[in-house]
Write a protein that binds this ligand. Structure first.
Ligand code: SF4
Ligand code: SF4
Length: 335
């Protein structure tokens, strides 16, 4: 396994990390086997979230015993000081550890959310207090909106950024990587297989590793996946011309009709959270988290059937997605 520096944190992370979403699907015993195997193969970076139901608890079954070998990252959607302090405590209890290496502000979608995190009484205060007391070691931020990282990194609070990057979602990546390097921030790559759209995982991971990212966190829920992904972490060569061509062929076949969660379609006059519908649909169709996705869909404040077909969102979508038709299809699966 190869290791890269996680920005200025001083941590060295395996180039292949362990994404904690799919572990929700397996039982405790399988989860323990996967985490132990990953550690034994040199994977030392584990990323989870408050929002991934029992993922923290499942990772914690092993990581609390082998914490010296692991770097644990988790995250919370909390935006206020009070909520964030509560979530840090909950994460520590679920993981069963005395500290967490990296605590991230999860999925900041809009500049106003970042403002909320940073203003007096915002989540950053709880994170800084937790860092001072040693229960978290570093602070990071995750987002699908690349422009947000510019403002976030300027604050000097965030030591890592986490963002989606894969062979079909690569727009603007070199600029973000330059920005991260200029601020000494570690770069954690999520959605390396575009939410399961890319089937040739080895080529996609190899493609991403050609860039100066710190670690990639594909989700894993089988020993075979852990072993295959870990083996890619020891390759040091770039894609061969034949592999690049194979990857390009697959990208062409996948096409471009999928939501990149950039958020430019917001706000919908009816209040529909369009990217959230497509995110849940992706979990349903690509990750097999059918009940999880349906439950969250049912909890949405405004359902897509409120759509009046005004098409305002379609005019704003930089990828020209047929949003209304896609919403109808997602609704048929999720309702
Ligand atoms: S077409 Fe539907 S989803 Fe899009 S902005 Fe109009 S009401 Fe909202
Ligand atoms: S539907 Fe289009 S504009 Fe809206 S988040 Fe997805 S890609 Fe962006």
């Amino acid at each position: 396994m190869r290791y890269r520096q996680l920005g200025k944190t001083g941590l060295w992370v395996s180039v292949i990390g362990f994404g904690g979403i799919p572990i929700q699907r397996v039982d405790d015993q399988t989860a323990m086997q996967l985490v132990n195997r990953a550690l034994n193969l040199g994977i030392n970076f584990f990323d989870t979230a408050r929002g991934y139901t029992d993922s923290e608890a499942k990772l914690g079954l092993v990581l609390r015993e082998r914490q010296q070998e692991a770097i644990i990252a988790t995250k919370s959607m909390a935006r206020t000081r009070e909520e964030m302090a509560r979530d840090i405590e909950k994460s520590l209890r679920a993981l069963g550890t005395e500290y967490i290496d990296l605590y991230q502000v999860h999925n900041v979608q809009h500049p106003s959310e970042l403002e909320q995190v940073l203003k007096p009484g915002g989540a950053i205060e709880a994170l800084l207090e937790a860092k001072k007391s040693g229960i978290i070691k570093h602070i990071g931020i995750t987002s699908h909106i690349k422009e947000l990282f510019k403002d976030a990194l300027k604050t000097g609070f965030f030591e890592t950024i986490q963002l989606p990057f894969n062979p079909i979602e690569s727009d603007g990546i070199p600029e973000i990587l330059d920005l991260a390097a200029a601020h000494g921030a570690g770069v954690i790559i999520m959605k390396p297989l575009a939410g399961g759209s890319i089937k040739n995982a080895a080529l996609a991971l190899k493609y991403i590793l050609e860039y100066p990212v710190s670690t990639i966190i594909p989700g894993m829920d089988s020993l075979q996946q852990v072993e295959e992904n870990a083996s890619i972490g020891s390759w040091s060569d770039n894609l061969t011309p034949a592999e690049r061509e194979m990857l390009n062929r697959e990208i062409k076949e996948i096409g471009i009709t999928f939501c990149r969660r950039c958020g430019y379609c917001r706000p919908c006059p009816q209040g529909i959270d369009i990217p959230l519908v497509f995110l849940l649909d992706g979990y349903y169709t690509r990750y097999g988290l059918t009940e999880w996705a349906k439950e969250r869909y049912r909890g949405m404040k405004v359902q897509p059937d409120a759509c009046t077909e005004c098409k305002e969102c379609e005019d704003k979508c930089p990828y020209n997605l047929p949003i209304h038709r896609m919403l109808v299809e997602a609704r048929a699966r999720l309702q």
